[in-house]
Design a protein around this ligand. Sequence first.
Ligand code: ZN
Length: 307
Amino acid sequence: MEGEEKSITFALLLSKTAITKTIMMMKRIISIVFAAVLLGLMPYTADAQGTEINSRDLRGKVVYQDDEVVFRQLDEHTWIGNGHRVYNESLYLVEGNDRALLIDAGTRIPELDKIVAKITSKPVTMMLTHAHGDHVGGVGPFPEVYLNAGDMPIVPNNMRNYKGQIKYLNDGEVIDLGGRELEVIFTPGHTAGSATFFDKAKHYGFSGDAFGSTNLLVFTNLSTEMYTAERIENYMKKNDIHFLFPGHYSGDNLETLQRVTDIKNMCREILDGERKPTISNGNNGGNDMMVDDKGVRINFSSRSGMK
Ligand SMILES: [Zn+2]
């Protein structure tokens, strides 16, 4: 009898443990499923502070699509457009309470003004990270476009049909969109007139081809690139910038502080002769030399880049 009681008690205990375990497991499964659903349906809920945006971004909600460009929502007031003509060329629509900024214009996007008007009701100002053909293709309908005057030498070739007014950005200027500010920092290296736009409150920036392409084309020279990388390294540290959206965003190449530091060091090492470049093997924009390390390839010219 006593033995029977014991075994019944043991059986009860066992089943109680089993039930508790099952409940815990179910709770865990429910929370995992819930998290997965939440992440899948709303990948941008946590990014209001700009900290949770990651490689899932290109799965974001499509808000506009035609043959030339797909716009997706990055966060409540920020969108990315991607073309398909030159390595996923990217443009960014950044909205404040009073007006919006369009950063870059793709390769060939007719009526880009009408497209962005479908996404934001705010007046849109057109600004460029630089004046390469895969970033200026949709500027036509905008009455004015802002850029770093350092790129004016390539404007006649790359924006030859533009009839509007070209205005110049200033290094360090703050663009007030109403409740949202972007700071302009000149980032020469890729081109002489490259510029990066920082949203300090959201802890991110938009760097065009200056950073984040993973295949960096230096059309100026390595000391300019090194100086820019050092300046942006310091800026990112000081202002707690978590990453940069690049000019050819493919979902996994947000630029990081670590790689900006790596680029700075790699440039210095080449210039000091500590790192030997090799002959570039294509996709180099006409540059003949390269180094490939730490997740970035830096292409430069043996004639003009080694200074
Ligand atoms: Zn470029």
